[in-house]
Design a protein around this ligand. Structure first.
Ligand code: TRP
Length: 455
């Protein structure tokens, strides 16, 4: 086991890299549409509670594992388990993370491909002066045949493999230093524009007035799963980033910052999208196409709309790209460590495998008949929905459950106390969240959903 000797040059680079992995399609594309599908306010409230009481403590736990072990994720887990006198079987979290990351990436690249297409549409003026119907048509045309989708998502797969294969993430991180702030500024402009021209008050009520009659148990599970998805948890990546954390950097404070930024971006995306959705009579529950069917209407009407529209989707592509790189990293690292491949070979192989599996999502979006699978009863889902559901709503919460139990029950308190290095009251809060709140909440939601409980 060779120890990682590199360290992030400072706290700020670490926060940027971790935020780069966290902020992505989950915030800008997924959060608004699942919120819309699940009735708004009550969903947002449950989501925020999941982030605060489960997501943030689990993030601290993962960073702690990495910082303690200073090794690849599963090896760090083994080291921490052994030093706590526990079985090395806890390393199962590692495998689950690699598989979940791989499956997530298979649909992530296709959605990122939509954003690449929309960057092109934006800069070439395709939104200008279009009606809501015409904007909707643009979206259906994009999904009418598999070839354009394959091309656009291929750009992302290829780019990700090349960057990871050459190991030039460092250079990319520098570029991201500039792009994250631009994304922030553009989102702010969109929120202000939406506040002026759209149904802003209605959107604020929709997002912040909780109506629990609109939230099902399935909705609660989606909020829970999304809190793991959006913070990039349970896929090994935060353990890996924690392994490079400089001594003396507080993992408690940095985790809170990262979660705050991530949540802010998601809420801003909602505030930019829903005023446009309501002003144009679009359904809030339109599904995965929501952002692509709403924001271009606003870009089409505003001054310099082509510039803003193109730049906005370009920033979405960048945000998705930094997440894709982190997502493919666990598969590539696994192939290098366990199969002895060279880095570029591992990146090429992982890229090719991702591309193959991404076909399931491409054909789900074009509506191919074979892409709909019948589950039990009369429940039917497309492969895309199934991949999303299994990863975000089942694998990630299960991974989070194992990490919670491992770090808060199995790891020696002496070690976790020293690693967290925070006030006793905060430590107790962290421990309580992971010992009781997270496991009980996750189990409760699962049991309700499969009908064992009936709350
Ligand atoms: N957090 C990313 C987003 O919101 C998606 C994601 C999930 C991810 N798991 C990850 C990114 C692991 C990097 C690594 O878009």
């Amino acid at each position: 086991m060779s120890e990682y000797h590199g360290r992030w040059s400072n706290r700020f680079t670490y926060i940027l890299a971790a935020t780069g992995a966290a902020v992505g399609l989950g915030n800008i594309w997924k959060f608004p549409y699942i919120m819309g599908e699940n009735g708004g306010g009550a969903f947002v409230l449950v989501y925020l509670a999941c982030i605060a009481l489960i997501g943030v403590p689990v993030m601290m736990a993962e960073v702690m594992i990495g910082k303690y072990g200073r090794l690849a994720p599963s090896k760090s887990v083994i080291k921490l388990a052994r030093d706590s006198g526990r079985s090395s079987a806890w390393r199962v979290t590692g495998w689950g993370g690699v598989i979940a990351g791989f499956l997530i990436l298979s649909f992530y690249v296709v959605i990122a491909g939509w954003a690449v297409a929309y960057t092109w549409y934006g800069f070439t003026g395709s939104f200008t002066g279009r009606s809501a119907d015409e904007i909707g048509q643009l979206f259906s045309n994009l999904n009418a045949s598999p070839y354009p989708l394959l091309g656009w998502s291929g750009v992302i797969v290829l780019g990700t493999s090349i960057v990871v294969g050459k190991g030039v993430q460092k250079g990319l991180e520098k570029a991201v230093n500039y792009m994250m702030p631009i994304l922030f500024v553009l989102l702010t402009i969109m929120v202000l524009y939406a506040a002026n021209t759209g149904e802003f008050a209605q959107a604020v009520r929709f997002m912040f007035e909780p109506d629990f009659s609109k939230l099902s148990w399935n909705g609660v599970l989606i909020a829970l799963g999304h809190s793991f998805f959006t913070l990039s948890l349970a896929s090994g990546i935060m353990i890996m980033y924690g392994a490079y954390l400089p001594e003396g950097t507080s993992l408690v404070k940095t985790s809170v910052y990262i979660a705050l930024m991530d949540t802010l971006v998601a809420l801003m995306a909602g505030l930019a999208i829903f005023p446009v959705v309501f002003a144009n009579g679009l359904p809030a529950g339109a599904g995965p196409g929501l952002i692509f069917q709403s924001l271009p209407i606003a870009f089409g009407q505003m001054p310099l709309g082509s510039l803003f529209g193109g730049s906005f989707f370009l920033m979405v592509v960048v945000a998705a790209f930094t997440s894709s790189i982190a997502l493919i990293e666990s598969s590539v690292a696994w192939l290098v460590e366990h199969r002895g491949l060279l880095r570029w070979q591992a990146a090429a192989l992982a890229g090719f495998a991702i591309w193959l599996v991404s076909l399931l999502t491409v054909f789900s979006l074009t509506g191919a008949e074979w892409s709909v699978v019948s589950l039990w009863g009369d429940i039917k889902m497309s492969y895309f929905d199934l991949l999303d559901y299994i990863t975000a709503n089942i694998m990630l919460p299960l991974g989070g459950l194992i990490i919670s139990v491992f770090t808060a029950w199995a790891v020696k308190e002496e070690i976790s106390r020293k690693m967290l290095d925070t006030e006793p009251a905060l430590y107790l809060l962290w421990q309580t969240c992971l010992r009781y709140i997270a496991p009980v909440a996750i189990m409760l939601v699962f049991l309700n959903l499969i009908g064992v409980l009936d709350l």
